[in-house]
Design a protein around this ligand. Structure first.
Ligand SMILES: *Cc1c(COP(=O)(O)O)cnc(C)c1O
Length: 495
C-alpha cells in the first residue's frame, strides 16, 4: 500500500516512510491510496480474536511493508499488559441504545494511549527500515493529553528523543502534573506562553524549516511527529471502532440499521478514524462531531466555511480547545477524490486569511456523513450531573460534550439507532470541574478534589493518577512561542 500527500499527490511514501517522517515535505499529510474493505468473513474472524489479534489484523492491511512478526511485536508491546484488565477499549452499555466506548484504561487515562502506546513501536520499526540509524526526535504540541501519552510511550525508547510543548494556561492541573513529573532520560517538557494552536503552529514550522532540518541531518538526527498528523497515530485508532462494533454484536444489540458514533472532537483525529472504520465496512450511520465553545467545526459543518478568525476559549474540556483541526485536511482529501490541488488551495487560504470555503459537492458529502453540534461549559457541567443521576455513570468534561451533542442530534433527527459514544478521558483527570458539576464544594488542592470525587461517586481513582501525589517535579520550563526553535536545538545540544 502506498501513501500520498494531501497537498501533492506525487509526494508518495511507503507506510514506514509516512510514519518515520510524520509529515510530507511540503506540509501535507499522508493518506493511504486505497482503504481496504472487510467482508463478512473478515469480521467473523476478527470477532474471534482478542484486542491484540484485532490490532494485528487491522494494521496488516495498512502497514504492508511491515512483516507479520514486526506487526505482532508492535501490537503485543502496546496492548498486552498496559491497560486495565488487558481490555484497551471496553464498551459499557448505559441502556439498550447508549453504549460508551471507554478509551481511558491506559497508563495516562486518556484515549491518546490507544495510539501512543503503539506509536513508538511503529516508529522505531519504520526508522530502522528507512532512516538508517538516525536518532528520531519527536516534537509534540499538546492540548494536554497527547503530551503525557507520548512521553509515557517514548520514555527511554532507544534512539529517540522527545520534546513536548503545552500551552501554559491551557491544560488541567492533573495534566500539567502528569507531564512535569515524567521520568526518562530522553524526555523534555516546556510550557509556552500561547494557546494550543500556537504550540501546534510552532511545531509545524520547526518541522518544515529547511535550515533546522539541515542541522539535524548533520548530527544524524531526524524529526518526526507524535501528533495525529502522523499516520502511525491514526491507524491504531481505527482498531477500536472495529472492536466496538464487534462488542455490540456480542452483546446482541440490534444493528440492522447500523449505529451512530459520537466523538468529542478537537484535532479531528478520533472522528476521522471512525470514518475510516465506516469505509472499511463497519455499519456506522452518522458521525456526530461534538465541539465545546471552540465550535469552529460546528459552523463548518453547518455552512461549509472553515473560519478560525474568532475568539479562542479556554474551557473545562481543554483537550478540545483547538481552532485548527489538522485532520480535517485528510477528510477533505478523501471527500474530494484525492484532489491535492484543491486541498492545497484551501490550506493556503487558511494560512493566509484564516478561512476557506469548500465547494458544493464536498459540502453535500460532509452533510451526509456528519452531524455537527456544540455545547458551552454550563451545558457540559449539566450533562455530567444528569448522566450521573440517570445512570450512576461518571463521565469527564470531554465525554460530556459528546453526550450532550448526541442528545441534541437524537432530538432533532428522531434517529433512535444505537449509538457508540467515545469516552476519551477518565473523570479524574479533570477532578475539580467534574466535582463542581456534581454540585460538590471544590477544595483548592487537586488531590483533595480527587479524593472527594471518589467518595461522592463511589468510583475508583486510577492508579497512575493517584501515584502523582508523591511524584517529583522534573520540569518547570516556560518559553515564548517564537523561541520554540531555540529550545529544541538547545535541548538537543546542537546549533
Ligand atoms: C485529544 C482529545 C480529544 C480530541 O480528539 P481529536 O482526535 O483531537 O479530535 C477529546 N478528548 C480528549 C480527552 C482528548 O485528549
Amino acid at each position: 500500500m502506498r501513501y500520498s500527500s494531501t497537498r501533492d499527490k506525487n509526494a508518495t511514501a511507503s507506510a514506514a516512510e509516512a510514519i518515520a517522517h510524520g509529515i510530507s515535505v511540503e506540509g501535507g499529510l499522508f493518506v493511504p491510496d486505497t482503504i481496504p474493505v472487510f467482508k463478512k468473513e473478515d469480521f467473523d474472524k476478527l470477532r474471534s480474536l482478542d484486542y491484540v489479534g484485532r490490532a494485528k489484523y487491522v494494521l496488516k492491511q495498512f502497514l504492508t511493508d511491515f512483516s507479520d512478526e514486526e506487526i505482532s511485536l508492535c501490537a503485543m508491546g502496546a496492548y498486552k499488559g498496559n491497560f486495565d484488565e488487558d481490555k484497551p477499549a471496553p464498551v459499557k452499555s448505559l441502556d439498550d441504545t447508549t453504549h460508551i466506548l471507554e478509551l481511558w484504561h491506559g497508563p495516562t487515562c486518556a484515549f491518546k494511549d490507544l495510539a501512543l502506546q503503539i506509536l513508538p513501536y511503529l516508529l522505531t520499526t519504520s526508522a530502522r527500515k528507512v532512516s538508517d540509524g538516525k536518532k528520531t526526535v519527536i516534537l509534540v504540541a499538546t492540548s494536554g493529553d497527547t503530551g503525557k501519552a507520548a512521553l509515557e510511550g517514548f520514555c527511554d525508547v532507544e534512539n529517540t528523543e522527545i520534546l513536548v510543548f503545552y500551552p501554559n494556561d491551557g491544560v488541567s492541573e492533573m495534566q500539567q502534573l502528569q507531564m512535569n513529573t515524567q521520568k526518562g532520560d530522553n524526555v523534555y517538557v516546556c510550557a509556552i506562553n500561547g494557546n494550543f494552536d500556537d504550540a501546534q503552529t510552532g511545531v509545524k514550522t520547526i518541522f518544515t524549516d529547511s535550515s533546522v532540518k539541515e542541522v539535524l541531518k548533520k548530527n544524524n538526527m531526524e524529526f518526526s511527529s507524535a501528533n495525529s498528523i502522523n499516520w502511525g497515530r491514526l491507524a491504531p485508532q481505527i482498531i477500536y471502532y472495529i472492536s466496538a462494533y464487534l462488542e455490540l454484536l456480542d452483546k446482541g444489540v440490534d444493528l440492522s440499521d447500523g449505529f451512530n458514533v459520537a466523538v468529542p472532537t478537537g484535532n479531528f483525529g478520533n472522528i476521522l478514524a471512525a470514518y475510516y472504520a465506516k469505509v472499511m465496512g463497519v455499519p456506522i450511520n452518522k458521525l456526530i462531531c461534538a465541539s465545546n465553545s471552540n465550535n469552529v467545526l460546528t459552523d463548518f459543518l453547518s455552512n461549509g466555511t472553515y473560519d478560525r478568525n474568532r475568539e479562542f476559549y479556554t474551557t473545562i474540556s481543554p483537550s478540545m480547545d483547538i481552532l485548527i483541526s489538522s485532520n480535517l485536511e485528510r477528510m477533505l482529501y478523501e471527500l474530494t477524490g484525492h484532489n491535492d490541488k484543491l486541498i492545497k488551495e484551501w490550506q493556503d487560504c487558511l494560512k493566509e486569511t484564516g478561512k476557506y470555503a469548500v465547494n458544493k459537492e464536498t459540502f453535500a458529502r460532509l452533510k451526509e456523513l456528519f452531524f455537527g453540534g456544540c455545547c458551552d461549559e454550563e451545558e457540559t457541567s449539566a450533562t455530567i450531573k444528569e448522566t450521573f443521576e440517570k445512570y450512576g455513570y461518571l463521565i469527564d468534561t470531554h465525554t460530556a460534550v459528546a453526550v450532550k451533542v448526541y442528545g441534541d442530534y437524537k432530538n432533532e433527527s428522531g434517529d433512535t439507532r444505537p449509538v457508540v459514544i467515545a469516552s476519551t478521558a477518565s473523570p479524574y483527570k479533570f477532578a475539580k470541574s467534574v466535582l463542581e458539576s456534581l454540585g460538590g464544594s471544590v477544595p483548592e488542592d487537586e488531590f483533595s478534589a480527587v479524593d472527594m470525587l471518589s467518595k461522592l461517586t463511589k468510583t475508583v481513582v486510577p492508579t497512575p493518577l493517584a501515584a502523582l501525589k508523591n511524584a517529583d517535579i522534573r520540569f518547570n520550563n516556560v518559553c515564548e512561542k517564537q523561541d520554540m526553535n531555540k529550545v529544541v536545538l538547545d535541548r538537543l545540544g546542537i546549533k
